[in-house]
Design a protein around this ligand. Structure first.
Ligand SMILES: Cc1cc2nc3c(=O)[nH]c(=O)nc-3n(C[C@H](O)[C@H](O)[C@H](O)COP(=O)(O)OP(=O)(O)OC[C@H]3O[C@@H](n4cnc5c(N)ncnc54)[C@H](O)[C@@H]3O)c2cc1C
Length: 241
């Protein structure tokens, strides 16, 4: 049975790795020139900074099992100290509640280390990059996928590993029921409206002042601020806009 995976984010890539390990026949198609989807890690002075997702939590057995199997190492988010809150008038209050990210975990090397480890276990010939699936047509011999490069591909089953709103842009024949299309279009893509920026400082001045680095603002564009320092040291703040 030939499986077509559409989307090379963590979902699609983890599935591809599982199918490759079991010797199944599959092709993964990714629209962009890189894998990882919403996962994006930038490197600066030997340290890794997640500009997409960064945190996961104890009690998420699948990610824990995946990291364990791939030999990747998690570390705890820094969360010692007070947090700051700025109200809409610009008044800053200190210590209103605990550190918001207390107990969360991050990955040594950033989450792109997970993408790299999975990619290394998927044969290159099973992946097509820079190519979007534009249409899916059910035929007697399977499902034909039309690709943005003009090619087509036939599979027995198709897995859409992407946000429902993007999946709704793929032309399906026969068409999906209106209720299904409406449901897919109505699902918001998690964090699609957010962007991250990181600032690297000479010293972790907030830690020296008894602050966790966690802050939120109802006034300025930086709605959330967190300590994004690597495990080895503290000198980076991450701003969520
Ligand atoms: C700024 C930010 C911060 C976040 N923080 C966290 C966090 O701390 N913790 C957490 O758990 N989650 C977080 N998230 C959410 C997390 O990133 C996503 O839930 C997760 O990465 C989704 O992975 P995915 O593989 O399902 O989808 P995606 O990563 O969206 O991958 C979908 C892939 O499909 C491709 N694609 C789309 N359409 C087509 C097509 N027609 N043909 C071929 N390919 C196509 C896209 O290019 C993309 O690579 C955050 C997200 C953002 C943006």
């Amino acid at each position: 049975m030939r499986t077509l995976i559409i989307g090379g984010g963590l979902s699609g890539l983890a599935l591809a790795e599982a199918l490759a390990t079991k010797g199944h026949d599959f092709t993964l198609i990714e629209a962009r020139d890189r894998l990882g989807g919403r996962i994006l890690t930038e490197h600066h002075a030997g340290a890794a900074f997640d500009l997409g997702p960064a945190w996961f939590w104890e009690g998420q057995p699948r990610i824990a099992a995946l990291l364990n199997r791939l030999g990747l190492i998690a570390f705890e988010q820094f969360s010692t100290g007070d947090l700051l809150f700025e109200d809409a008038q610009g008044h800053v209050q200190r210590g209103r509640g605990g550190a918001s990210m207390e107990g969360s975990l991050r990955l040594m090397g950033g989450l792109s280390a997970l993408i790299a480890a999975l990619t290394a276990r998927v044969p290159m010939q099973n992946m097509v990059m820079n190519t979007a699936v534009t249409a899916l047509t059910a035929t007697a011999s399977g499902i034909t996928a039309t690709l943005s490069n003009g090619d087509s591909l036939v599979a027995d089953q198709v897995i859409l590993a992407m946000p429902p709103r993007l999946a709704a842009q793929i032309q399906c024949s026969p068409a999906l029921p209106d209720t299904a299309m409406a449901a897919m279009r109505s699902v918001k893509t998690w964090m699609a409206g957010q962007a991250k920026a990181v600032a690297v400082y000479d010293t972790p001045f907030w830690r020296e002042d008894g602050l966790s680095g966690d802050a939120s603002s109802r006034r300025g564009p930086m709605v959330e601020i967190h300590d994004a320092s690597p495990a080895s040291g503290g000198d980076v703040l991450m701003f969520l806009l």
